[in-house]
Design a protein around this ligand. Structure first.
Ligand SMILES: [Zn+2]
Length: 79
């Protein structure tokens, strides 16, 4: 069963599951990049949706004492 398949909040499109190579997941504890992750993508406007189990996985990584598989350095700058 898909985590997604529901109407888009932003347009008349439908959200379908797509497994993405790499997607940054925003959690209130921080940002985690998950690989091969099932994300909901609207077939019309392309909006991304993150299901609760994916957020839970991101949270578990952020809360874990174990180092993650890899760490990237991400540039941050004002627009
Ligand atoms: Zn949409």
């Amino acid at each position: 069963m898909s985590l997604y398949d529901f109407p888009c909040e932003y347009c008349p499109g439908t959200v379908h599951e797509r497994v993405l190579d790499r997607e940054p997941i925003n959690h209130h504890r921080g940002i985690v990049i998950l690989e091969n992750v099932p994300i909901g993508v609207c077939d019309r406007c392309g909006a991304h949706y993150v299901a609760a189990p994916v957020l839970k996985r991101a949270e578990a990584i952020l809360k874990s004492d174990r180092p993650p598989g890899r760490t990237l350095t991400v540039p941050v700058e004002g627009y």
